[in-house]
Design a protein around this ligand. Structure first.
Ligand code: HEC
Length: 154
């Protein structure tokens, strides 16, 4: 009888241990997905900036609607960015350059995206007018750099 009880307790503690292990793994998998998703979003923003930069330098000739789409894509990314960074991914096992300060200084971090969105919307409105686009690009670039300098590990 004593043996059966001990065996039963062991089964219970073993399955509790496995459950805890399982949920830690689920958290890690969720964090990894969150990291990949926000990196994809940022990559899209980087690609759009690169194409816009090509146009600004006179190396790519792009029609106004394409310029507008690129800028609007950046504005849209900025609008959903807080949601993409919400998950604290300090337990992620995939490579990330996101600093832990994102989640300890969340109000400052997430409060930077509206400036990015506004600059991108200005850029969209200026599509085709290189002078006005240049000013908006400068403003937009500042928002990227300001955040990366503070919240991205080199
Ligand atoms: C409020 C903060 C913030 C702003 C604004 C911001 N970024 Fe980022 N960006 C990040 C963080 C944090 C990461 C790191 C994500 C990671 O590795 O998990 C990142 C990563 C990136 C990456 C690398 C993605 C990858 O695959 O690792 C690119 C490219 C990028 N950003 C471009 C931009 C551009 C261009 C802008 C401006 C138009 C911009 N970002 C604005 C915070 C920001």
């Amino acid at each position: 009888m004593k043996h059966i009880v001990t065996a039963g307790l062991m089964t219970v503690s073993l399955s509790l241990g496995l459950a805890a292990f399982g949920s830690a793994q689920a958290d890690e998998a969720m964090s990894n997905d969150a990291v990949k998703s926000r990196q994809m979003m940022m990559d899209g923003v980087g690609g759009a900036m690169g194409t816009l930069g090509c146009y600004m330098k006179g190396e790519c000739d792009l029609p106004d609607p394409v310029l507008r789409n690129l800028a609007n894509g950046i504005a849209f990314a900025a609008s959903i960015a807080p949601g993409k960074f919400e998950t604290n991914t300090t337990d992620a096992s995939v490579k990330t350059t996101a600093k832990d300060e994102i989640w300890t200084d969340w109000a400052d971090f997430s409060g930077r995206f509206p400036a990015m969105q506004q600059a991108a919307m200005k850029l969209a409105a200026a599509a085709g007018d290189k002078g006005a686009m240049g000013a908006a690009m400068g403003e937009l670039g500042k928002s990227c750099k300001g955040c990366h300098d503070t919240y991205r590990a080199k």
